[in-house]
Design a protein around this ligand. Structure first.
Ligand SMILES: *Cc1c(COP(=O)(O)O)cnc(C)c1O
Length: 387
């Protein structure tokens, strides 16, 4: 506990920007000569889009990627001038803002007419990347409409309303490197690029790979890899840890024990009383819950206190959950762990990992970090920065 100076936020995620830079450099080496687009959608997967974007650019990423135009605007407002691509739009997306901010737009079909109308009104060409659906079945132009989309885009390009900067697609199963659908997707992507180039499009960038594609399929790299998860230091593969991939998890979720008390055997814990103590024991109250983005279904997930691990017992509530200090030997003593630091997950170096939390709740590491709510303070730590 600290009684002097600025108190630490009671619940916080520490984001290690040196780890982000390390991960970007590591991935850039693997991707080279392809360049790296740092994907910072969803507030940088919960890590904070602007600080992560700046760190990634410092470490050699040359592009930024987001889903929404509004997310791109947040980066521009922070003074970031690097090329940005936004790829998920609705009919009410602010295409004119994107054009004015010089944000590149992913186009799968219907967006083209909207973008061109805004470019005409602003008398400023849009920069677009045409997206082909190579098999994922979400956005992307169906292959049978690809030539039509190209033809229309090229006409508008001749009229000075846009410039086709890129062609891209997205992989569906690259996290399972043995699946042959990735071969098919790469093949279809090659075809789509060839058709575009034959039609006379002068492409700046061809891009297909996400993190798993970047790490497991060099033949998916093309000119640019779009990397989110790996940049945050997390592994996209079921059987491989961050460490094994040379990545450093950037986020550590910390709080402190908010209450610590002895209870008799058979005492119920939390809503539903789904857990009862086996013997006389000490319970620790952890002041974070699903209101902070801790998944309610994560009962059993590990936390560490003073270097020891304890599972979450009973139901996770909106603001809090409980751990059972059974086996720590503090029963019947005056010792209290009140105020001791609790780590939900961190870099795995003596801490539980995001992957363990994902397993405990049947989800994936992407979701665990992205869901951390605004109630948890993001604090940036940068061991390499001059102080
Ligand atoms: C989110 C996203 C990525 C990044 O995926 P990761 O697996 O996190 O690297 C890349 N491309 C598109 C289109 C995305 O939506």
């Amino acid at each position: 506990m600290s009684f002097s100076g600025t108190p630490l936020p009671e619940r916080r995620v520490d984001i290690d920007l040196a780890a982000v830079r390390h991960n970007v450099r590591h991935i850039a080496e693997i991707a080279s000569p392809a360049r790296v687009m740092a994907v910072v959608k969803a507030d940088g997967y919960g890590h904070g889009a602007v600080p992560v974007a700046k760190a990634a650019l410092e470490a050699g990423a040359t592009w930024l990627g987001v889903a929404h135009i509004a997310e791109a605007a947040q980066l521009r407002e922070a003074g970031i001038e690097a090329p940005i691509l936004a790829w998920l739009h609705t009919e009410s997306s602010d295409f004119s803002a994107a054009i004015e901010m010089g944000v590149d737009l992913g186009i799968s079909g219907w967006e083209l007419a909207h973008v061109v109308a805004e470019a005409r009104r602003l008398e400023r060409p849009a920069r677009v990347h045409l997206k082909i659906d190579t098999g994922l079945g979400r956005n992307g132009c169906p292959p049978e409409h690809w030539e039509t989309l190209l033809g229309e885009a090229l006409e508008h390009q001749e009229d000075g309303l846009l410039r086709v900067v890129g062609v891209f697609s997205h992989l569906a199963v690259a996290d399972e490197p043995d699946r042959e659908e990735t071969d098919e997707q790469i093949e279809r992507f090659r075809d789509a690029v060839a058709v575009a180039e034959d039609a006379g499009v002068d492409l700046e960038v061809r891009h297909l790979a996400n993190t798993p594609g970047t790490l497991s399929r060099p033949d998916s790299h093309f000119d640019l890899v779009r990397v989110g998860l790996g940049m945050y230091g997390l592994s996209p593969f079921e059987g491989q840890t961050s460490l094994e991939l040379g990545l450093r998890p950037a986020m550590t979720f910390r709080t402190t024990i908010a209450n610590c008390k002895e209870v008799p055997a058979g005492h119920g814990v939390s809503y539903g009383l789904s857990y009862r103590t086996e013997k006389r024991t000490t319970l620790g109250l952890i002041p974070v819950g699903y209101g902070d983005g801790v998944p309610r279904v994560a009962t059993g997930a590990p936390v560490s206190v003073d270097g020891r691990r304890y599972p979450v017992v009973g139901r996770i509530a909106m603001d809090q959950f409980v751990i059972d200090f059974e086996a720590t030997g503090i029963v019947g003593t005056d010792d209290s762990l009140l105020g001791h630091e609790v780590v939900l997950f961190g870099d795995g170096n003596g801490t539980p990992t995001v992957d363990e939390w994902a397993r405990a709740c049947g989800s994936i590491n992407y979701e665990i970090v992205t869901r951390i709510s605004p109630r948890v303070v993001r604090r940036y730590v940068d061991p390499e920065a001059d102080s």
